[in-house]
Design a protein around this ligand. Sequence first.
Ligand SMILES: [Fe+2]
Length: 254
Amino acid sequence: MQNQLIMEKMQDLTALLKHEVEDLVSVEDQIIEAMPAMIERAKNTTLKKNLRDHLKVTQAQRKRLDEVQKLLNGQEQGGNEKKGFLSNLFGGMTKHECKGMKGIIDEGQRIMAEDMTESVMDAAIIASAQKIEHYEICGYGTARAYARELNNQKVAKLLEQTLNEEYDADQLLTKLALGSVNEKAEGRSPSSNGKSNGAMKKAASANSAGTVKKTATATGSSVKRGATKQKGAKAGTKSSPKKAAASKAGKKVR
Ligand SMILES: [Fe+2]
């Protein structure tokens, strides 16, 4: 509500891109705050290492967003440095909070507070981490599409660098989940019959097999002209129900 009160009327795609980037700043800040608890709870050594590595990557991504904001603001007002005293003074009050990411992190924290075995906890942490990654892939994919539409190649490249890192993190998590973690979480006893095992396996893998393909990232593609020029959209079928569903699913909830 506060954000709605203070937000200036957005007149063009540049304004929308700035808003999207501001949203991503909040996303990265929240992830940096949330990840240490996930790292601590994870027991699988590879998962722990992957999360630790990605925390470092996330910190670098946050700095990259500062660069993006400087480039975007520099175009019209010489960057944040030229903001007035009052603007700086009330900067804290106007800070945007991404409610979509807040919800995902809240849910992750809630599941981590449940009583479960170490193996099940690892599977739950992977699922939470992938929800985070998919949200980021949606946000960065959209922002990159806007930057490309605006012919701002510098910004598009910076956003794409992060987008690719998110894809890599997502794929590592899927590999880990399907490679061993989900199976351990299945808690199969030697006396279990095949039928129940199959049912459990299906349910478990649904948590962590949701890797987003690079073809599904053009969440902002309907706004731009050069859809086919987008690397991520090359294998996408423009009018396929699959792509339409992916685009719909990528819509943000604020
Ligand atoms: Fe990130």
